[in-house]
Design a protein around this ligand. Structure first.
Ligand SMILES: CC(C)(COP(=O)(O)OP(=O)(O)OC[C@H]1O[C@@H](n2cnc3c(N)ncnc32)[C@H](O)[C@@H]1OP(=O)(O)O)[C@@H](O)C(=O)NCCC(=O)NCCS
Length: 190
């Protein structure tokens, strides 16, 4: 494994949590059967994801629908008034760890990208994870050039300590892991 260095101004690390563009959206955590197709369309259109990854994203929805909370997968969906999904995140505790959580998936529809919806989604699910007792939140992404917006997004969102596992996904496509450690104060509670 090697450490990936990324140049970013530390003063620009964290994004403000309130995105003006997202005020037109409704938020929900309960999944419906229609989300199987909604998540398929969203992940297919968001960019970056392979057909296999889109299938995997849909499988996590299916697991949630079948097994509920026992699936270990939690969701937050941002929906337009016409019920088309603008973005979503999927996360949950990592089995056999102590209060370590994984952000399994985050995607924003092209029309909503770069309007702070991703930051808002991430901020909201992070808050849920801290509220559930998370001590560390991990993200995984690809080292491919096409994922550089995602890497920038995570750095800007305060994720640190990048580690690369070379050729993890396929030759020339490594896995990048980053972490956010529970802040001393989370914004929930008193
Ligand atoms: C990554 C993703 C979730 C970000 O969501 P978003 O709503 O577009 O991101 P935000 O508007 O909240 O951006 C926050 C910051 O992230 C960085 N960022 C986001 N998109 C970027 C891009 N295309 N290029 C460079 N930086 C980008 C910027 O620093 C941005 O802050 P700024 O706009 O003030 O410069 C979204 O682009 C997406 O769904 N991409 C396709 C799917 C994907 O790659 N998911 C992650 C898989 S690991």
């Amino acid at each position: 494994m090697k450490v990936l260095t990324m140049s970013i101004d530390p003063k620009r690390r964290s994004n403000p949590p309130v995105p003006p563009a997202a005020s037109a959206l409704t938020w929900r955590t309960e999944m419906t059967v229609a989300d199987l197709e909604g998540i398929r369309v969203l992940t297919r259109e968001a960019g970056n994801f392979t057909t296999e990854e889109v299938d995997l994203a849909v499988e996590l929805v299916d697991a949630r629908l079948q097994f509920g909370a026992a699936s270990g997968y939690q969701f937050l969906l941002a929906e337009q008034s016409d019920q088309v999904l603008a973005g979503y995140a999927c996360f949950g505790p990592i089995s056999a760890t102590q209060q370590r959580y994984d952000l399994y998936w985050i995607a924003v529809a092209p029309a909503w990208q770069r309007r702070r919806l991703g930051s808002d989604l991430l901020h909201r699910v992070e808050q849920t994870m801290w509220d559930q007792g998370a001590q560390r939140i991990y993200i995984e992404t690809s080292t491919l050039d096409s994922y550089s917006p995602a890497r920038e997004f995570y750095v800007r969102s305060g994720y640190i300590d990048p580690i690369v596992v070379p050729d993890f996904y396929r030759d020339g496509d490594g896995k990048l892991i980053m972490v956010k450690i529970r802040p001393l104060r989370t914004t929930s509670g008193c």
